[in-house]
Design a protein around this ligand. Structure first.
Ligand code: WTA
Length: 661
């Protein structure tokens, strides 16, 4: 039934409502096409125009794209600017200076507001505090903070002095944090004593202590601690300072330090197909240009909008559409500390009503879990709140299934709000394939068409274009300003992972499969083609989880991790484990599985905990010893094995693993 329904629904087309087209920044498909044509005709002229119109430069650029060291592309590279000045100072002396920049709602519902002028003062003061710690241009600062104004201030303050931040999601473990501090060579960590989520107080600072205790953080000198709660925490003398201590006596003015366009604004670690996370390095100018511009294009931002992106600053979405894009665009945004299900699963709808949110941007996982909640409890259904303020809805992080799309459209958008299903990645810096609310006819489950200037295509392994209707690999054929610049400390991996030689070494390989519709050429993302899982919109490398499991050396001999479809989280982690002792069954298997889950949570973070753990005497391997993951994927899904198993060394193991659930 649901398969039939999804086929029917996918054929539906939703034209942009007249109200959305009216006054839109890109109004109608002809306007979209005109921008695409401009970009195709004269790419350098197109990007130069946008960079001049949208950014304030302290030294104007004269060169646009430098391809001389491709694929290490450089944009606007003789220009200089400051990112924080572009987000804050630039609004001073305009009506935006007194506008609310951030409406902050805490976990417990308390609301505070910060104007642009106040935010500038706080960022400047924090920047001075960083400088007083001897931190300056080019230094790396790890930000391990809860969702809130202070985290955004820390990021902006780094940008102000030219320090490169690396935000680590507050759900990551001590081990994951330690690896990132070491890889980035961070001189400081900015953290909080505790974070408040779902009515619980969770430690952060003690995890920083644990990370440092693991050793190797030789570059680290300072830990700055925001006291989010009055709860006591352990202070290391000489290294730790509270925010209050660091800010005391610091002026609320601080001259922004101009940096080169290509200066690394941040490093953000994300999972790839090896055991080691990749430090995705972004630029200053090109990155900011796209974050700023997509606020206008994708969200059709208007001066009186209240913008709400629910992503945490620990992810790229929280960088581009919380910490940078909305501020550069002079928007008022809502920032939420808590979780969608506390104190009840109507919290999002209640907040939209309370604050009169007009643009709402969230992940399919959140939508699916709230659908489930609303189905079981009428009281948390969106119909209980007034959502008339909404104008535009957005989706990000994973494919949105047509059923969830329709529910979002009907029950949240009241059938009047365009849904922008934005496809992009940590590496792309901002949206690359997305509908435009005032132009693009929508098809549920499709991210529709590339933004102007983005040469997205679908190709085979050799880089040859696939016809519409045929699936293949998603690529972007021309560089764009907000693209990843390199992998921090690993330029070779950057080239291999994103610009494979087999495709000529100049085409960006996204790592996703996609197909274009035969009629409109609309893109639909079919999922990752590498060993990366997407669980609740979070990227997890299967190899990372495998390494974590086998690091439990007293127990685990071998492990293989695959994904399987999940109704709520999109994909779920499924681990096949061979122990160093006899294969456990019954209660013993349950106990060991629980122990391994907690272990993975400690090694990586709770988001990486396997949902299923299955024990076997062995894993299905070829005669050359290679684990046959596609067979494990079928077993994880509960499918009968129909694939060829003739190359398998130990076919009997399949039966055992299939029954091990
Ligand atoms: C997936 C998140 C389908 C995709 C911004 C991509 C999507 C990965 C969509 C990047 C979408 C993101 N439709 N799939 N609208 N948006 N993805 O780096 O697999 O955390 O490669 O960036 O999420 O995840 P990342």
């Amino acid at each position: 039934m649901s398969a039939i329904e999804s086929v029917l629904v996918e054929n539906r087309v939703f034209e942009p409502p007249a109200a959305a087209v009216q006054g839109a920044r890109i109004a109608g498909m002809a306007a979209y096409q005109a921008l695409c044509d401009e970009a195709a005709r004269d790419p350098d002229g197109f990007w130069a125009r946008l960079a001049r119109e949208n950014l304030a430069w302290t030294r104007p650029f004269t060169r646009v794209l430098d391809e001389s060291n491709a694929p290490f592309y450089r944009w606007f590279d003789d220009g200089q600017l400051n990112v924080s000045a572009n987000c804050l100072d630039r609004h001073m002396g305009t009506p935006v200076q007194d506008k609310t920049a951030i409406v902050f709602e805490a976990d417990d519902g308390a609301v505070t507001r910060v104007s642009y002028k106040e935010l500038l003062g706080r960022v400047a003061q924090f920047a001075n505090a960083l400088q007083a710690q001897g931190i300056g241009k080019g230094d790396r600062v790890v930000v391990y903070m809860p969702m809130g104004v202070e985290g955004i201030v820390a990021m902006q303050a780094c940008a102000r002095i030219g320090a490169t931040h690396s935000v680590v999601f507050g759900g990551f473990s001590a081990k994951a944090l330690q690896e990132r501090i070491i890889d980035a060579g961070a001189v400081a960590v900015v953290t909080a004593n505790y974070q408040l989520r779902g009515g619980k107080e969770l430690p952060l600072k003690s995890i920083v202590d644990d990370a440092i205790a693991l050793g190797g953080c030789t570059t680290l000198r300072t830990v700055l601690v925001y006291e989010r709660t009055p709860t006591a925490w352990n202070r290391v003398e000489g290294r730790d300072k509270t925010f209050a201590e660091a800010l005391a006596g610091q002026a609320t003015e601080c001259a922004p330090v101009p940096v080169d366009a290509e200066h690394p604004l941040f490093i953000l670690y994300t999972s790839g197909s090896t055991g080691k996370p990749k430090g995705v390095q972004h630029s200053s100018a090109g990155y900011l240009l796209w974050a700023r511009l997509t606020m206008d294009w994708t969200f059709d931002l208007r001066p009186d909008d209240l913008f709400w992106c629910t992503a945490d600053i620990g992810w790229i979405t929280g960088h581009s559409y919380v910490a940078y894009g909305p501020l550069a665009a002079g928007a008022t945004q809502l920032v939420f500390e808590g979780i969608p299900t506390f104190p009840h699963a109507g919290r999002f709808w209640q907040m939209i009503d309370k604050h009169k949110v007009s643009i709402f941007y969230t992940a399919p996982t959140a939508i699916r879990s709230l659908i489930k909640a609303a189905e079981t409890d009428e009281k948390v259904h969106p119909k209980n709140w007034n959502l008339q303020s909404l104008r535009i809805l957005g989706s990000v992080g994973e494919p949105i299934n047509p059923e969830a799309w329709m529910w979002y459209h009907r029950n949240v958008g009241g059938e009047r709000c365009p849904i922008v299903d934005t496809f992009w990645q940590t590496e792309t810096g901002g949206h690359v394939i997305t509908p435009l609310p005032g132009a693009t006819p929508l098809v549920p489950g499709s991210c529709t068409l590339p933004l102007p200037g983005i040469a997205a295509a679908i190709v085979d392994e050799t880089g040859k274009d696939m016809p519409h209707g045929a699936g293949g690999m998603l690529v972007i054929k021309r560089p764009w300003p907000s693209m990843i610049r390199t992998i921090w400390n690993d330029p070779e991996r950057f080239k291999k992972a994103y610009f494979p030689e087999e495709m000529g070494g100049r085409i960006y390989l996204a790592g996703d499969g996609a197909v274009r519709s035969a009629d409109r050429g609309y893109f639909r993302i079919t999922g990752r083609i590498d060993d990366v899982l997407n669980v609740s919109g979070h990227r997890l490398g299967t190899m990372e989880i495998e390494s974590a499991l086998v690091a439990k050396t007293d127990l685990v001999a071998e492990a293989a991790v695959v994904g399987r479809p999940d109704d709520v989280t999109g994909e779920a982690v499924c681990a096949f484990v061979v122990l160093k002792r006899a294969r456990p069954t019954g209660e013993e298997a349950k106990a060991i599985a629980a122990e391994l889950r907690n272990w993975v949570a400690k090694e990586i973070g709770p988001i990486a905990k396997p949902k299923d753990i299955r024990f076997g005497d062995n894993l299905p391997k070829t005669r050359s010893g290679k684990i046959m993951r596609r067979l494990l994927r079928s077993i994880a899904k509960g499918e009968a094995i129909t694939q060829d198993t003739s190359t398998l060394e130990n076919p009997a193991i399949l039966e055992q693993l299939a029954q091990s659930n």
